[in-house]
Design a protein around this ligand. Structure first.
Ligand SMILES: [Zn+2]
Length: 193
């Protein structure tokens, strides 16, 4: 049994050896996945070019390489972002926005809701959490005035004052847990409290 951890304040768990090891593992798997996703399109289009009579080989190679390069850039950008230091901020505003998507094929319009949490960092920068439809957990979890910390290595948020909450989110796998848990029900990592 762990000692009762306070529900107000930034968690020390983020700096523990155990989470440092989890972060190292996460980064390794992010790099492995980046390579797999980068290679999938060039290899797929190469095979399509070789095996199909309808796809000219040179076109297939160009398209495959272009998509692979595009995915590589996105992943390099994401992994570089994971190395950035944590930042703190305050929730300034929550916005619900209706977005329309036009389907060019049949001319129909479909709309969905976007849920945006606006945060001002201690350095005065504006950050946004954008969620969609039913996937609006941070939108429901965070209130205007809440102090939050972003952990880039895990790409998740921590709330400074958890004392009024019944739930909290795992900073490793994002599962919603009871506030009384010490470890996540799913990934068994320490919760950030
Ligand atoms: Zn978890």
């Amino acid at each position: 049994m762990l000692e009762e951890r306070p529900l107000v304040g930034w968690s020390d768990v983020a700096n523990s050896d155990e989470i440092a090891e989890t972060i190292r593992k996460n980064k390794r798997s992010a790099i492995v996945w980046a390579w797999i996703l980068t290679l999938i399109f060039p290899v797929g289009f190469l095979l399509a070019g070789l095996l199909s009579d309808e796809v000219p080989l040179n076109e297939a190679l160009i398209i495959g390489a272009a998509l692979g390069f595009f995915i590589l850039i996105i992943n390099v950008w994401r992994i570089a972002g994971m190395k950035k230091p944590a930042w703190n901020g305050v929730v300034m505003k929550k916005i619900e926005k209706r977005r329309d998507v036009h389907d060019r094929d049949d001319g129909s319009t479909r709309s969905y809701w976007e849920y945006i949490v606006l945060i001002r960092t201690e350095k005065g920068k504006k950050k946004r959490i954008v969620e969609r439809e039913r996937d609006r957990e941070m939108y429901d979890y965070l209130d205007v005035g809440d102090r939050v910390r972003y952990h880039p290595a895990l790409e998740t948020y921590e709330k400074y004052d958890k004392s009024k909450d019944e739930v909290m989110y795992c900073n490793v796998c994002r599962l919603r847990n009871s506030i009384h848990n010490d470890r996540c029900d799913r990934c068994k990592n320490l919760l950030f409290k």
